[in-house]
Design a protein around this ligand. Structure first.
Ligand code: IPE
Ligand code: IPE
Ligand code: MG
Length: 245
């Protein structure tokens, strides 16, 4: 897949990825699901490096959902340990590439060590401005929207705002993603064609791209293929094709 085919003038400003299929990847190899998670790290690194090199400004990775807490304890514990080791290992890559690390979700629910490591890398990288990588951790879109509604209702109750002030911009400003643009391209690996409670508000007009590749096999060429596919689409935002041309 040729990187030079990508039109740098028409890059998605925000790519979000549902990194799915680790368990099936491991199972295909006769291994435990955990083996699949351990082997997802290379795909993460290559996706971040490629997106940064191309000039994509925002990349959001779905790493752990609110629903994933219901998995077997051993799997949850392993995922949290892998998060800590990945952060320790990848901090240099982030800093070398001028990348800011951000996180969304109910971060308080994460184990203490994971929270600490996350805060440390976020603090170290806070002034980096080439790209923002956002990790969605203990993230659920419905919970995010519920929290925004509670905050807005409280502001109305305390006379800080009036119900008439509530518009799409204000709602957006109360989401975890308040400082990110809307998602342009959403990629999901592993052949599942669903959203699984990810960025419901933010993907209102995103282009959706589903691939059968399992996450541990996802490489630079797969990302380029997804971006080229995106660039061949006509985004009409409700208008007619004729109006756009
Ligand atoms: C994605 O892979 C990783 C997480 C959800 C944490 P899965 O673990 O969901 O793998 P499959 O879908 O069972 O193959
Ligand atoms: C979505 O994958 C969550 C992440 C990739 C972190 P799941 O594997 O948990 O989604 P479902 O349960 O199959 O919809
Ligand atoms: Mg899955």
């Amino acid at each position: 897949m040729n990187e030079n085919l990508i039109n740098k003038e028409n890059l998605p400003k925000h790519i979000a990825v549902i990194m799915d299929g680790n368990g099936r990847w491991a199972k295909q190899k006769g291994k435990l699901r955990i083996f699949g998670h351990e082997n997802g790290a290379k795909a993460v690194r290559e996706t971040i490096e490629t997106a940064a090199r191309l000039g994509v400004k925002n990349l959001t990775l779905y790493a752990f959902s609110t629903e994933n807490w219901n998995r077997p304890k051993l799997e949850v514990d392993t995922l949290m340990k892998l998060l800590v080791s990945a952060l320790k290992k990848e901090v240099k890559t982030l800093l070398d590439n001028n990348i800011r690390l951000n996180a969304i979700g109910n971060l308080d629910a994460l184990p203490e060590q994971a929270q600490q490591e996350l805060m440390e890398v976020m603090a170290k990288s806070k002034d980096n401005d080439h790209m923002t990588v956002t990790l969605a951790l203990s993230y659920g879109s419905r919970e995010e929207i519920k929290n925004a509604v509670v905050q807005l209702a409280t502001k109305v109750k305390n006379n800080i705002i009036s119900p008439d002030d509530i518009d799409e911009t204000i709602i957006n400003n109360h989401l975890y993603t308040h400082d990110l643009p809307d998602v342009d391209l959403l990629i999901r690996t592993s052949g599942e064609c669903r959203i699984s409670n990810f960025l419901l508000w933010q993907i209102a007009y995103a282009e959706l791209y589903f691939t059968d590749v399992l996450w541990p096999d996802f490489r630079k060429d797969h990302l380029i293929e997804a971006i080229l596919n995106y660039q061949n689409r006509e985004r009409r935002f409700g208008k007619t094709s004729e109006q756009l041309n």
